[in-house]
Design a protein around this ligand. Structure first.
Ligand SMILES: CC(C)(COP(=O)(O)OP(=O)(O)OC[C@H]1O[C@@H](n2cnc3c(N)ncnc32)[C@H](O)[C@@H]1OP(=O)(O)O)[C@@H](O)C(=O)NCCC(=O)NCCS
Length: 168
């Protein structure tokens, strides 16, 4: 599979919107919620590009088809990779690895010291991959409680930190 990773161009926009939708669908799938709640992804992409710290997107291309993309935000010596997504049809072929490595290199060039990535807690495959790629230190924990009186969500158990059992 001949994959090229290059800087995003404005004509990649529609492909990246379609990939963003796949990312949102993946999250809906792992959290067992309806895909009806997915908002238009063009707005999300525009929001990302106008957010403070945005330095750019990089895309993965196979024969002129965009099959993945990744973004980098930099705030002084801190950086964040957001998002990273690879098309369903070509996952598990090393493209996510290529994208993350490329953006990590860009972050290094920009003198980022602490580079983070924030997968949702249920995204085990992505977490496994990112840990293997060197993201093996936890910074902040994003804890929440479900204040809804509805019993429409079931949370999984089996994670722990500092000996505390957590749902996810
Ligand atoms: C997470 C995601 C970006 C990873 O992209 P990917 O292209 O599938 O990642 P890779 O192929 O580099 O690595 C995935 C697996 O394939 C394996 N792999 C890598 N190269 C391979 C190759 N040439 N042949 C076979 N397997 C390979 C890796 O070892 C890895 O194994 P693991 O599942 O045990 O971790 C992709 O699955 C995705 O878009 N998921 C939905 C969106 C998402 O969850 N994004 C992350 C939000 S933070």
């Amino acid at each position: 599979m001949n994959v090229t990773v290059r800087k995003y161009r404005s004509d990649d926009y529609a492909s990246c919107v379609a990939l963003s939708r796949q990312l949102a669908e993946h999250h809906a799938d792992i959290y067992e919620v309806s895909t009806d709640i997915i908002k238009p992804q063009d707005r999300w992409l525009d929001e990302l590009m106008s957010k403070e710290g945005f330095t750019g997107f990089w895309v993965a291309e196979i024969e002129s088809n965009i099959v993945g993309f990744c973004g980098l935000f930099v705030y002084g010596e801190e950086g964040e990779i957001e998002p990273v997504v690879v098309a369903n049809s070509v996952r598990n072929h090393g493209i996510g690895t290529k994208l993350v490595k490329c953006v990590t290199k860009e972050a290094t060039k920009k003198k980022v010291r602490y580079l983070s990535i924030r997968p949702v807690a249920r995204n085990k495959r992505a977490i496994d991959l990112f840990i293997r790629l060197g993201f093996d230190t936890i910074g902040h924990l994003d804890l929440f409680q479900d204040l809804s009186s509805h019993d429409d969500r079931t949370w999984k158990s089996g994670l722990a930190i500092h000996g505390n059992k957590l749902k996810y």
